[in-house]
Design a protein around this ligand. Structure first.
Ligand code: FES
Length: 104
């Protein structure tokens, strides 16, 4: 079983089980991490915005144009921002670390 770490808005780190094939948004929800995801993964909001630890960003793969467009609407976007609903856990991402922001 892969694991990943969420860094919550207050800096608390939460290491959780991260089943391969599940989105980062789904993993956040099943572990009570405060990540909204208002459109439930249909790429119609940006409330699932996470900031990937720079050491992991390259491994998260290519970002789609639709995701990029939606990210333009998110607050506090950084170079390693992704949408949690579009980022799917893989074996390669075992150990992934992402930060959630409290700006929606
Ligand atoms: Fe809306 Fe990810 S949950 S874009």
């Amino acid at each position: 079983m892969a694991t990943m770490t969420f860094v919550e808005a207050d800096g608390t780190e939460k290491q959780v089980d991260a089943p391969v094939g599940m989105s980062i948004l789904e993993i956040a929800h099943r572990n009570s991490v405060d990540l909204e995801g208002a459109c439930e993964g249909s790429l119609a909001c940006a409330t699932c915005h996470v900031i990937v630890d720079p050491a992991w960003y390259e491994k998260t793969g290519v970002i789609s144009e639709d995701e990029e467009d939606m990210l333009d609407l998110a607050y506090g976007v950084e170079d390693t921002s992704r949408l949690g609903c579009q980022l799917i856990m893989t074996e390669e991402l075992d150990g992934l670390k992402v930060r959630v922001t409290d700006e929606m």
